[in-house]
Design a protein around this ligand. Structure first.
Ligand SMILES: *Cc1c(COP(=O)(O)O)cnc(C)c1O
Length: 438
């Protein structure tokens, strides 16, 4: 029996009690990260200067379920479980036999899924006596999430924000400061990495790679500080699996199971978050017909056009080498509006699943994704983040295909965030100044 509800909500007691770890369920083991110097698998001691031991353990864990601490679950109550919507107005506008569902992670206080991992990371650091976290932020979404999480957990937060965003996105900066974080433009004169650039290029606009170098140097140089990363790594995807676990319960209440599951892909965390609990069904419960699709920008088509090989996570080539689909660590993506999808690499877990044929990937250009995002907003009310517009567009592509084929396909996608801080990109589209083919 399918329900007639538009919005399927769960109670706070339905907040998942465990994170789901896909590593032990994979048909073949994940490839280990390698030391950038020796090219040998890295050990916990290599990561200990910048990450707390609990997160290092999670990174390599073979336990299928990892308990969520009560203090973290208590704070999740502020915004979880997030609702699952049936996009009835959109279905009607598309005149499709498809049933379209979306999981709304934009309801978090910071407007995206990123707070899910920020809270767990802040908690793990606090347990080990860390007083302060350092991180980088490009567009400002990750910095806002970590600033909020640090404040709620009682830690200090230091954010190195790429100079050009610092100047162009003043409200993200205000948001982080409202949560009590220190925010500096990167390159800054607080680190050797920043000073070296400033000496040569006083007007440098900065880059994400450089901001990472500054935040890591900050963390490695102080006993009270560790570093925090908002995507890509196994433990980050692990924390995001609460999205997919809730969505499975909600789909059960809806009386349906998805035929097509979709998430946008930058570093892989929101996609992995909704997808991994369903990929488990494919591996263990015979749900072999389920299609799971990661959607990326045509301008930074890591999964559809990248090579799968060991590569650095940062432009400066200092991080451990990760086995992933990559466009090369020196690849500088065009300045598309979906800042969160402009990453040269991919999550090792997502890359592994693609290689195993358990998931698929699609790429679209921003002209089509914004067109779809506006159509979605006019039907459903919510204005998606530019990153999320890729998932919205793919869902609409598959809904149209369902109509052509006359198949009542069930589509579920992750609405990873809202676009209220990115209205300049909507303005560019509406004014006709956007490069549609980037
Ligand atoms: C950061 C961000 C992304 C991209 O990061 P992933 O790790 O791939 O999820 C997608 N959507 C939103 C709203 C974001 O803030």
């Amino acid at each position: 029996m399918t329900t007639t509800d538009t919005k399927i909500t769960l109670s706070e007691s339905d907040i998942p009690t465990h994170f789901y770890n896909i590593a032990p369920d994979l048909p073949t083991p994940l490839e280990p990260p390698l030391h950038p110097g020796t090219k040998q698998p890295i050990g916990p001691e290599d990561l200990a200067p910048i990450f707390p031991m609990e997160l290092i353990k999670q990174e390599v864990s073979q336990e299928p379920f990892i308990e969520i601490p009560d203090e973290v679950r208590d704070i999740y109550r502020l915004y979880r479980p997030s609702p699952l919507y049936r996009a009835r107005a959109l279905e009607e506008a598309l005149d499709t036999p498809a049933h379209i569902y979306y999981k709304s992670e934009h309801v978090s206080p910071v407007g995206s899924h990123k707070l899910n991992t920020a809270l767990m990371q802040a908690w793990a650091n606090k347990q080990e006596g860390v007083k302060r976290l350092a991180t980088e932020t490009g567009a400002g979404q990750w910095g806002s999430a970590l600033a909020c999480a640090c404040q709620l957990m009682g830690l200090e937060c230091m954010v190195y924000m790429v100079r050009i965003s610092y100047d162009q996105k003043p409200y993200r900066k205000v948001m982080m400061k409202t949560y009590g974080a220190d925010v500096v433009a990167s390159p800054s004169n607080l680190t050797n990495a920043g000073r070296a650039i400033l000496e040569k290029h006083p007007d440098s606009p900065g880059s994400l790679g450089l901001a990472i170098s500054e935040a890591v140097e900050d963390a490695a140089g102080r006993d009270d500080t560790k570093y925090s990363l908002g995507s890509v790594l196994n433990h980050v995807l692990l924390h995001q699996t609460i999205i997919g676990q809730e969505a499975k319960k909600q789909m059960e209440i809806a009386g349906e199971y998805p035929d097509v599951l979709i998430g946008c892909h930058g570093g892989g965390s929101n996609f992995g978050g909704i997808a991994l609990p369903f990929v488990r069904d494919k591996i263990k419960d015979g749900k072999t017909d389920l299609r799971v699709i990661a959607v990326e920008p045509g301008a930074c088509a890591t999964l559809t056009q990248g090579k799968r090989e060991y590569d650095f996570g940062d432009v400066a080539a200092t991080t451990p080498l990760l086995m992933m689909h990559t466009l090369g660590h020196e690849f500088i993506p065009p300045p598309v509006h979906a800042g969160g999808l402009r990453y040269h690499g991919s999550a090792p877990i997502v890359s592994h699943l693609l290689n195993e044929g358990l998931i698929e990937a699609e790429a679209y250009f921003q002209g089509e994704t914004f067109k779809s995002a506006i159509e979605f907003a006019r039907c459903e009310g919510t204005i998606p983040a530019p990153e999320t517009s890729h998932a919205v567009h793919s869902a609409m592509v598959h809904a149209r295909k369902a109509k052509e084929e006359g198949k009542p396909t069930v589509i579920l996608f992750n609405l990873s965030g809202h676009g209220h801080f990115d209205l300049a990109s909507y303005q560019a589209y509406l004014d006709g100044t956007m490069d549609l083919n980037a």
